[in-house]
Write a protein that binds this ligand. Structure first.
Ligand SMILES: NC(=O)C1=CN([C@@H]2O[C@H](COP(=O)(O)OP(=O)(O)OC[C@H]3O[C@@H](n4cnc5c(N)ncnc54)[C@H](O)[C@@H]3O)[C@@H](O)[C@H]2O)C=CC1
Ligand SMILES: O=C1[C@@H](O)[C@H](O)[C@@H](O)[C@H](O)[C@H]1O
Length: 341
């Protein structure tokens, strides 16, 4: 394969720092060439000990830095649109963390910009598609042995939410993963959404609607329900059970360690996504680097990112109004495969 891929990482926070570590120490064929973060002190700390990395306050300066051949966007969602369009202008391949763009109008601008280029440049960071358990479930469903899928029952629990997390973010930040996973697993678009609000947990910050119960309808009549509970207090748990005409399959119980000591045994529960999905992030980055070095773009597409933004926005409206809300997608440009590919 060609030369080592120099990556500009935008955002050196939780995800950016974790991806920088991965690029520097785990993924062969890539190196961190530049980092941009308005908090340059933080960025300097994250890249301390790595050779040949330039640090910038502005994203554009990192994209134009010497040796940069691709971009990893790990800044907050509202900064993604500008970064994606800047990468497209420069013809740079991108891995963009979810949400691709939080609002659907901005997401549509990104979709139209890539469609105008006539070739894919961006992969969106829906890493569950790279998780071994999700991949086994996907193969099982695609194989058809369980028959037609009728329902997905999903659980998404976080120990606690970060400061500033809003009721809408339970849907557009957290449930955005189930939105993508359901579209991918079922190979169908989501067409409507209803959000129910149980009494909020006393463990949740004042005013936060947590937990929520979200129900999606799909284009061929399946139902997807998601319990999302981001201040459950006890662990990071992500589960999914597919109920089909000839059987069911559940994932999400395996990621644990059973510790036995005198008189008893306990099962460890991951405390956050960086632990639960560590292998998935590794595989996601390896796949992105390998494909990019071959001049290809694979994985979740800008269409997937756009669809997730539109569905999440409908979900936030459903939360706010208490009503079933339909999902209206723009026509899918020919550049993009149907969901599930
Ligand atoms: N795939 C996954 O499981 C996860 C994905 N995420 C996504 O990753 C992204 C980053 O999230 P976190 O790292 O948790 O946030 P964070 O708040 O820890 O870090 C964000 C960093 O970006 C910097 N920043 C702000 N504006 C910027 C700009 N215009 N250009 C470059 N850097 C900028 C901030 O100074 C900060 O250091 C978000 O899109 C989030 O939704 C976050 C957690 C898990
Ligand atoms: O993407 C993520 C966070 O942004 C989100 O807030 C969490 O709920 C998810 O579990 C995590 O994967």
């Amino acid at each position: 394969m060609g030369e080592v891929l120099g990556v500009a990482v935008l955002g050196a926070g939780h995800m950016g720092a974790d991806h920088i570590r991965r690029l520097a120490h785990l993924v062969s064929g890539a190196r961190v060439a530049a980092v941009a973060d308005p908090d340059t002190e933080r960025a300097q700390e994250v890249v301390a000990g790595l050779d040949g990395v330039s640090v910038h306050a502005e994203a554009a300066a990192a994209l134009d830095a010497p040796g940069v051949g691709a971009v990893l966007i790990a800044s907050p969602g509202p900064a993604h649109e500008e970064a994606l369009l800047a990468a497209f202008d420069r013809g740079l391949p991108v891995l963009c963390e979810k949400p691709m763009v939080p609002d659907s109008t901005g997401a549509l601008r990104v979709l139209e910009a890539e469609a105008r280029l006539g070739r894919r440049l961006a992969q969106i960071g829906f890493m569950r598609r790279y998780d071994a358990e999700y991949q086994r479930l996907k193969s099982l469903l695609d194989g058809g042995g369980l028959g037609r899928p009728l329902m997905l029952h999903c659980t998404h629990r976080n120990v606690s939410s970060p400061p500033g997390f809003t009721s809408a973010m339970l849907i557009d930040s957290s449930v955005s993963h189930e939105i993508d996973a359901a579209r991918w697993l079922l190979g169908q678009e989501l067409t409507a959404v209803t959000v129910l609000r149980p009494a909020s947990s006393s463990g949740a910050p004042q005013g936060l609607a947590d937990p929520q119960f979200v129900v999606f309808e799909t284009e061929r009549g399946a139902l997807v329900d998601v319990e999302v509970f981001v201040n459950c207090g006890f662990g990071y748990q992500v589960r999914c059970e597919a109920v089909c005409e000839a059987g069911s399959a559940r994932i999400g119980d395996e990621h644990t360690m059973v510790v036995t000591t005198r008189g008893g045994a306990r099962e460890d529960v991951a405390q956050d996504y960086l632990v639960r999905f560590a292998d998935a992030y590794d595989r996601e980055l390896r796949a992105w680097v390998d494909a990019t070095r071959r001049g290809r773009v694979t994985g979740p597409s800008v269409w997937d990112g756009y669809a997730a933004s539109v569905v999440a926005e409908a979900g936030v409206r459903a939360l706010e109004t208490g009503r079933r809300t339909t999902v209206e997608l723009a026509p899918r440009p020919g550049l993009y495969a149907t969901p599930g590919r």
